[in-house]
Write a protein that binds this ligand. Structure first.
Ligand code: SF4
Length: 189
């Protein structure tokens, strides 16, 4: 009697793939972000650059702005937040759909930047939870892309731990570059 062999077909051979519902949902969420840009200061210039055709946030499924927080699930906080703006920002966040995510765009949004004074909020995490911090004054569009990809990874994994974008290595020179594009000082390495 001959040997009977069995073969378990994987999904790709049968035209389908198996997954868990939660994974499928998170996969869909990470590529269908509806952003609410809360833009207050000079970082807005880099946000426009990121949104334009050169860097093209549409590649990541995050380009559709919604100017009602009720239709948004991704809050971009771009620029300096004053104490007078803080209640407005908090209200916008509260009105957004769940689940929702927050990106702190630039040093001012992340920690207040060099505005160490009574009028400036020293980081939006004093008001609302932040998922990803993108340092830089302003951050380069590449760093913003890194921040968005980092957020997408977090959405896919279901993690709500805050994360910070790290500096990149220049692929041509093999050197570390800072988030503003200049070479880092020795004490920054
Ligand atoms: S981080 Fe720099 S560029 Fe961005 S809002 Fe603050 S001062 Fe302006």
């Amino acid at each position: 009697m001959g040997t009977v062999t069995t073969k378990v077909l994987d999904g790709s051979e049968q035209g389908f793939a198996t997954t868990k519902f939660g994974d499928l949902l998170r996969w869909a969420q990470k590529y269908s972000l509806f952003q609410y840009p809360f833009v207050t200061a000079c970082c807005g210039m880099e946000f426009m650059s990121f949104a334009g055709p050169r860097f093209d946030m549409a590649r990541f499924g995050a380009e559709a702005p919604r100017f009602s927080p009720r239709q948004s699930d991704l809050l971009w906080v771009v620029g300096t937040i004053s104490q007078r703006q803080a209640p407005v920002l908090r209200r916008v966040y509260e009105q957004m759909c769940d689940p929702k995510w927050v990106l702190a765009f630039g040093t001012c949004a992340s920690c207040g930047g060099f505005y160490d004074n009574y009028a400036t909020v020293p980081g939006i995490d004093k008001i609302i939870p932040v998922d990803v911090y993108i340092p830089g004054c302003p951050p380069r569009p590449e760093a913003v892309i890194d921040g968005l990809l980092l957020l997408q990874d977090k959405i896919a994994s279901g993690s709500r731990e805050p994360a910070v974008v790290k500096p990149r290595i220049d692929p041509q020179q093999g050197q570390l570059v800072t988030l503003t594009g200049r070479r880092p000082e020795a004490n920054e390495l």
